[in-house]
Design a protein around this ligand. Structure first.
Ligand SMILES: *Cc1c(COP(=O)(O)O)cnc(C)c1O
Length: 402
């Protein structure tokens, strides 16, 4: 068990590479991957890592070396995946609202294509008939997930083709002779209740009857990891047991053996990631004690965007007296990482550690306020390696025409 990176290791990396800095622990990713493989060992499972959670090519390459496949939501992610060494058969491209030309580009690259819109299904069928297999993303109309912004399966969602449009799908498949080899659902993120997957699976089984060439059912992701101390994570072992039972039953009833695909992002990389910042100032106002750090929502947007909790520790003074702080960034609008949080006494210059920063951390960063994106470091076999340099001023000007 790789455990966690120690405060000393993290502080050492912060002093070597500067702050703010994202630090990823390779062995922790491997640990999460083997937890899934173990939980899903009773059936033919494939893990497609969701590239959009953390797409540094070095991380992709590492995840590829574990034996995982890759789920991509843009053709650029597909290209990053190919560059990182994923075989095209092991890449699934799941776009939403893209131009048909982007889908053509992905087809040229030879990856698995997941179609989530009737109009695209029709265009693809008219163009390619049964010459290129496809997967169809269905909307099973199940409300799930930790936050409305990350729920994708409900009736108002833009994702997938409604299961109520199955007759229309069938008509297109029949007339264009489309070869449908996969059915896909992804109902949201941070789903603790495994019944969401099991209910979705039953819907997928019903739909599967309409597609004789089916090879796999993709149950997407949304596996929850603990962000707050003591919080539960999705019980993947129990999920694995139930999914195994359901597929065994389905196989007996239909005589068909299907692969089961999953697309975890957060589950694989969230806890492997640490974000280390420096306390620039302590600011006492009549109501609050603020810690102002050398970062902001331009580097880690989850607290502002999703009201997400990230555990914060003062690694420069871990045994100090606990005091209540509001931790804020330096962006010129409300930019709060944590409200009324007890942290061991913070002094100007101390290093603060944000946990669970691997997923949707660096990946959602921007140059808002003309601030520079931070560096990324990968720790593997105890060695820290810079895998992305921090921005420099020239990066802000790179595409500007003077
Ligand atoms: C975002 C996304 C995922 C990954 O979700 P996590 O909650 O990070 O596991 C998987 N599949 C699709 C289609 C996605 O859009």
């Amino acid at each position: 068990m790789p455990g966690e990176l120690s405060n000393q290791q993290l502080a050492g990396i912060a002093s070597e590479f500067g702050t703010p800095v994202y630090i990823y622990h390779a062995e922790k990713i491997a640990e999460q991957y083997s937890k899934l493989m173990h939980a899903f060992s009773a059936f033919d499972a494939r893990i497609f890592y969701a590239a959009k959670s953390l797409s540094n090519v070095n991380v992709l390459r590492y995840i590829c070396s574990l034996g995982a496949c890759l789920d991509c939501v843009s053709v650029n992610e597909v290209k990053l995946g190919l560059l990182a060494g994923f075989a095209k058969e092991n890449i699934l491209y799941t776009p939403n609202c893209v131009d048909f030309n982007e889908i053509l580009e992905a087809k040229e690259l030879g990856v698995n294509i997941n179609i989530d819109n009737i109009s695209i299904l029709e265009q693809f069928g008219n163009r390619f008939g049964n010459s290129y297999p496809v997967c169809i993303r269905l909307n099973p109309h199940i409300m799930a997930g930790g936050n409305f912004k990350i729920s994708t399966g409900h009736v108002d969602s833009k994702f997938g083709i409604s299961i109520h449009q199955i007759r229309h799908i069938e008509r297109i498949v029949r007339t264009t002779r489309l070869n449908v080899v996969g059915l896909h659902m992804h109902t949201g993120s941070e789903i603790k209740d495994i019944n969401v997957f099991l209910m979705g699976l039953e819907v997928m089984f019903d739909m599967a009857e309409h597609f004789p060439n089916l090879r796999y059912i993709d149950l997407g992701s949304g596996f929850k990891v603990p962000y707050q101390p003591g919080e539960a994570e999705t019980d993947v072992n129990l999920l694995g047991e139930k999914v195994a039972e359901a597929f065994a039953r389905h196989e007996t009833e239909t005589g068909r053996k299907l692969q089961v695909w999953f697309e975890p992002g957060k589950y694989l990389v969230s806890q492997a990631g640490y974000f280390v910042v420096k306390a620039n100032v302590i600011k006492q106002t009549p109501a609050t004690v603020f810690v102002g750090v050398n970062s902001g929502f331009n580097h880690l947007i989850r607290p502002m965007m999703y009201d997400a909790y990230h555990h914060i520790e003062n690694i420069s003074n871990p045994n100090g007296t606990g005091r209540i702080y509001t931790v804020v960034g330096n962006i010129c609008e409300t930019d709060t990482f944590a409200w009324d949080r007890t942290i061991s006494e913070v002094r100007e210059g101390d290093l603060l550690l944000f946990r669970n920063a691997g997923a949707y951390g660096f990946e959602m960063s921007s140059n808002f306020n003309s601030r520079l994106k931070p560096a990324e470091v990968l720790v593997q076999n105890g060695q820290a390696r810079l895998i992305r340099k921090a921005d420099v001023f020239e990066d802000l000007l790179r595409n500007q025409l003077l």
